[in-house]
Write a protein that binds this ligand. Structure first.
Ligand code: GLC
Length: 553
């Protein structure tokens, strides 16, 4: 911990301004060579993250899991899955990250466990009305013989939200609730035992020294009493981002849980933080998650979901700063993660693509890769000038596009299976990242194995290629993160400027930031002295799909 600074005063905690890099362990670096990334792989690549300049890493789940939802189905919350290594590998990774001044946030999945969790196995055996079943959401079915599910809710991954069990005597029995896959039964968060168990799990990882948690499906843990029927509006965002009053999203009861957890974290030194994954219809609702006694951060999904449109982007930035500022929390910013189409592709899609749908060989509206990369770089150059904390997703620093041609037989996302191939799902943003152009699996490991196939054209995005190219996306990210820190952009205020309808323009101190989202070049005028450009250009006319930071004489 030697190099990690404690905050000097309230309000200067590290997470208020941090650049946090999401590692998706399966796809980051694979030391064992089995085709799935692991913790020793992460440790071996920490220097690359130090060079990138990030303040913290967030690891998607690496706990014991049958991997039916890539680790978001946890069977033992206090151990590491052998695929990823051991607890000793975790401790080593944590120590090595801390030695480099990098904080570590781990993913906590409290909405549901794996069906292989010992509690769920006990619940299956124990039968109706038992204390074991009371830890999950078991209900009798409707219909004469209980043959109909208890209500009409639909799983985020497609199909119904209920699965019927076979009782110990072989007869069809009760149903259990699963917002996601049938192998991911939801806990009952009104149950005291569940609450106590998770306090203890938090302490298990806090005692090991983690700096915080990313809380999975933070908006889903409490369901409306009585579990009333509900039919989503057509084409709704299945995670709840576009709908009001969904009986399983954003219920008031979740806030009591976060207040409780806030207090658990406060028992520890070093500004430990909670960051919630909460997809909610408005920023005002999202801000309720980060009131002073609740979580510390929440992902800004309204920002992530904003299309490449200057007016909408200005609005969402303004609303974010107002909403989060109104409760004394930093705004966060995020453009990519393991659940959405990578932003170097998404920002140039020409057809609707709801969250979670993904892009595959038969999708319509595929992006032009050149436009996508230009917009991706421009969007990040804008994002890293904003006050607050920013999240990056592994591979975006290389400008990786979505992998759009994964053959069907390699697909692994449960969404693909539960919709019979109607929705491709999220595999396209989860492909192992390229480190070396001329190595097996592009340096992901030294055997060439890869759990999802890597597109051949990714050689051009390999880190070793980009390191040699001053104009690469990698070098742009390094420059942006360094400048952001030097200028203290994580803190302080933003002053809006007017550069016309097609621009997002503001000033941070003496640095002007302008993003041109229009089709025509934007003349910036006399006396411009550039600090950074999202892509190289001559003169003072900002090209389309480009962002620049500059001073004016
Ligand atoms: C979150 C995760 C996603 C996972 C789901 C179920 O949304 O980010 O990857 O499938 O929760 O745990």
């Amino acid at each position: 911990m030697a190099q990690l600074e404690q905050s000097a005063a309230p309000g200067s905690e590290w997470w208020r301004t941090a650049v946090i890099y999401q590692i998706y362990p399966r796809s980051f670096a694979d030391a064992s060579g089995d085709g799935i990334g692991d913790l020793p792989g992460i440790t071996s690549r920490l220097d690359s993250l130090k060079e990138l300049g990030v303040d913290a890493i967030w690891l998607s789940p690496f706990m014991t899991s049958p991997q039916r939802d890539a680790g978001y189905d946890v069977a033992d919350y206090r151990d590491v899955d052998p695929l990823f290594g051991t607890l000793a590998d975790f401790d080593e990774m944590l120590a090595q990250a801390h030695a480099r001044g990098i904080r570590v946030i781990v993913d906590l999945v409290p909405n549901h466990s794996s069906d292989q969790h010992s509690w769920f196995q006990e619940a299956l055996k124990a039968g109706s009305g038992s204390k074991e079943r009371a830890r999950y959401v078991f209900r009798d079915g409707r219909g004469e013989n209980g043959e109909l599910p208890p209500n009409n809710w639909e799983s985020v991954f497609g199909g119904g939200m209920w699965e019927r069990v076979t009782e110990a005597d072989g007869t069809p029995g009760q149903w259990y609730l699963h917002i996601f896959d049938a192998t991911q039964p939801d806990f009952d968060w009104t149950n005291e035992e569940v609450k106590e168990e998770f306090r203890s799990i938090l302490r298990f990882w806090l005692d090991r020294g983690v700096d915080g948690f990313r809380v999975d499906v933070a908006h889903g843990m409490v369901k409306e009493a009585g579990l009333p029927d509900y039919a989503p509006v057509a084409d709704a965002d299945s995670m709840g981002g576009g709908e009001e009053n969904v009986p399983y999203w954003g219920q008031d009861g979740v806030h009591d849980i976060y207040r409780d957890w806030h207090n658990v974290l406060a028992e520890y030194d070093g500004d430990r933080a909670l960051c919630g994954e909460a997809w909610l219809p408005t920023l005002a609702q999202t801000a309720l998650w980060v009131r002073p006694d609740e979580m510390h951060q929440t992902f800004n999904f309204p920002y992530l979901m904003t299309p490449w449109d200057a007016e909408k982007l200005r609005d969402v930035i303004r609303q974010s700063l107002d909403a989060f500022g109104g409760v004394g929390a930093p705004s966060t910013w995020v453009l990519s993660n393991h659940d959405v189409v990578r932003h170097a592709s998404r920002l140039a899609l020409t057809a609707e693509n709801p969250q979670g749908e993904g892009i595959g060989p038969k999708s319509e509206g595929k992006p032009d890769p050149v436009v996508g990369l230009a917009r991706g770089r421009a969007a990040t150059t804008l994002m890293l000038a904003l006050p607050g904390s920013a999240y990056l997703y592994q591979g975006e620093e290389l400008g990786l596009p979505e992998a759009m041609d994964i053959p069907d037989e390699f697909r692994q996302d449960p969404t693909w299976f539960r919709t019979n191939g109607e929705r491709y799902g999220r595999d396209g943003c989860r492909v192992p990242i390229p480190w070396q152009a001329d190595a097996p699996a592009f340096g992901f490991n030294d055997t060439g194995a890869s759990w999802l196939p890597q597109p051949a054209e990714w050689a051009q995005f390999a880190r070793d290629v980009e390191e040699q190219d001053a104009a690469s996306t990698l070098n742009l990210y390094k420059q942006l993160i360094r400048l952001r820190s030097e200028h203290g952009f994580g803190n302080g205020t933003l002053v809006w400027e007017d550069q016309g309808q097609d621009a997002v323009a503001f000033r941070r101190g003496d640095i002007h930031v302008v993003a041109n989202l229009g089709a025509q070049p934007l003349e910036l005028g006399e006396g411009v002295e550039f600090v950074v450009q999202s892509q190289p250009f001559d003169g003072t006319a900002l090209p389309a799909d480009t962002t620049a930071w500059f001073r004016k004489a």
